[in-house]
Design a protein around this ligand. Structure first.
Ligand code: ATP
Ligand code: MN
Length: 473
């Protein structure tokens, strides 16, 4: 049995063996032991007359122990059962002086510097059990709804995905690459015989499969080499990308909203202990703040989002709202909204969600000029069937669209965007054979976890974050 099972089943009177790490050891008598199966610790009452001086000295925060004992009803407060130890074995040496995770409050910044040890803290235990549950819920949602998962490639030969700067994949000797006559690098001699990169999105390949299997999704790592040092961007992150034949933009919104609500409900039902812990943690963190600076308590926020309809608002309406907003008129925004056509910055998205609507918002029908080439052109000739879902505290969590399915228009868009047609011949060709309306979106997995855990920095919800100048662990 692990600690979760022991706490759930309360096998009073049973003799058990348990292994785990010491969180705290008080009064030479009480060990708080954790094995990662739950946020809760098992209280072990040490039979100190039975243990050697040496053993007692080596029971320190961070030490790894094997304990045999009997489960009994707890004499103290704070737990219903505890373990009376009969035999304690120290499994690994631990230097209490040097162990960086002392039982006190550590800053998230400090914990990022010891990312090899942070999985042993209560907070990161809770975050990563939730991360697991969320990915399971995502797969369950799509499987239960008749989707097929497609593993789209991580190394891509197309540089036209259009979502951002890419990381090059090359085996050429950087000090002495083969050259063409004009002095440029001869990529034909590289491993794949052409320039290749790490993918920024599995969408284009997912589309090919949607046009054969109907309802598909990808859930894999994606890479962006943008130098954006924000709390919302990683250079390596995981993205969920469903793609559905015959769905139009509004079906696409329904799917995204339903999926988000499902996975949030799933963790509310399955991960109560971890969510309660993070809820309490957030209340503690924000205790000192004035009331209007505090965020909605975590459990309330999750319930609110999973039970309320998302607002749907066109880009054009949003621009009107923003133009007439207080922060715009008082020049409080860093980027003042003047004209239709302006790209929305995170400050505008957050104003709409947090101040104006007070709910998640689906913005749609954006100007063609600020969106990717593959989005379906509307009848007005100037907007495309794009949609972004904006969440409180997060900003954009989903970006998606109805795809341009008309061959001539898509071919023209490719040319207008300055993309070489040859690099996308296979994508264009799907529009020649049995083309149809279809739609999809990308949901950033870490932004979802940030929302569900109430963390404020995306570096704290991925095991080992990759960001500019940082790939230590
Ligand atoms: P943003 O404007 O926030 O930089 P984007 O518009 O570039 O995002 P998309 O290309 O639409 O992002 O990607 C789809 C989703 O992937 C986003 O809605 C977001 O949830 C997530 N995402 C995008 N870039 C990153 C990143 N660098 N790190 C983590 N998640 C990301
Ligand atoms: Mn986007």
């Amino acid at each position: 049995m692990n600690i979760k099972e022991i706490i759930d089943k309360e096998p009073i009177g049973q003799e058990i063996e348990i292994k785990g790490w010491v969180r705290t050891f008080r009064s030479n008598r009480f060990i708080a032991l954790n094995d990662g199966s739950t946020v809760k610790n098992l209280q072990v009452v040490v039979d100190f007359e039975n243990e050697s001086e040496d053993t007692l000295k080596r029971i320190t925060t961070g030490a790894c122990l094997k304990i045999e004992g009997v489960v009994v009803e707890s004499q103290g407060n704070g737990q219903t059962i505890e373990l009376n130890s009969k035999m304690i074995e120290i499994l690994g040496d631990s230097d209490p002086e040097e162990y960086p995770l002392q039982p006190k409050k550590h800053s998230m910044e400090f914990l990022r510097e010891i990312a090899h040890l942070r999985p042993r803290t209560q907070t990161f235990g809770a975050i990563f059990r939730l991360r697991h549950a969320l990915q399971f819920a995502v797969h369950k949602y799509f499987n239960d709804n008749g989707f097929f998962m497609v593993h789209t490639p991580i190394v891509t030969g197309s540089d036209a995905e259009g979502a951002g700067e890419m990381f090059r994949v090359s085996m050429l000797d950087p000090a002495n690459p083969p050259k063409n006559e004009d002095g440029s690098i001869n990529w034909k001699e590289d491993f794949f015989g052409k320039e290749t990169n790490l993918t920024v999105s599995g969408q284009l390949e997912a589309e090919l499969f949607a046009l054969g299997l109907g309802k598909v999704y990808t859930f894999g790592p994606t890479f962006r080499a943008e130098n954006s040092n924000t709390t919302r961007h990683l250079a390596e992150f995981w993205m969920i990308e469903p793609e559905v034949a015959f769905n139009d933009l509004f079906d696409n919104m329904d799917l995204a909203e339903d999926c988000l609500k499902y996975v949030i409900r799933y963790v509310i039902e399955q991960c109560g202990d971890d969510l309660n812990f993070l809820h309490e943690r957030q209340l503690q963190e924000e205790k000192g703040l004035p009331e209007d600076k505090r965020s909605m308590p975590l459990l309330e926020k999750l319930k609110f989002v999973s039970e309320n309809e998302f607002v749907r608002c066109s880009y054009t309406e949003a621009i009107d709202i923003l133009r007439n907003s207080k922060p715009n008129k008082k020049k409080k925004f860093q980027y003042i909204i003047e004209e239709w056509g302006a790209d929305l910055q995170s400050e505008h998205e957050r104003y709409l969600v947090e101040k104006h609507f007070g709910k998640p918002v689906i913005l749609y029908d954006y100007p063609a000029s600020i969106k990717a080439f593959y989005m379906r052109l509307n009848e007005d000739g100037k907007t495309v069937r794009a949609m972004d879902i904006l969440f409180p505290g997060i900003g954009e969590i989903v970006g998606g669209s109805q795809r341009e399915e008309r061959y001539d228009i898509l071919k023209q868009k490719v040319a207008d965007f300055g993309i070489e047609e040859e690099s996308l011949w296979w994508y264009l060709e799907t529009r020649k054979f049995g083309t149809c309306v279809h739609s999809g979106f990308g949901l950033g997995f870490e932004r979802l976890i940030n929302f569900v855990t109430g963390m404020t920095n995306i570096r704290d919800v991925i095991p080992f974050p990759r960001t500019p100048k940082n790939a230590e662990f």
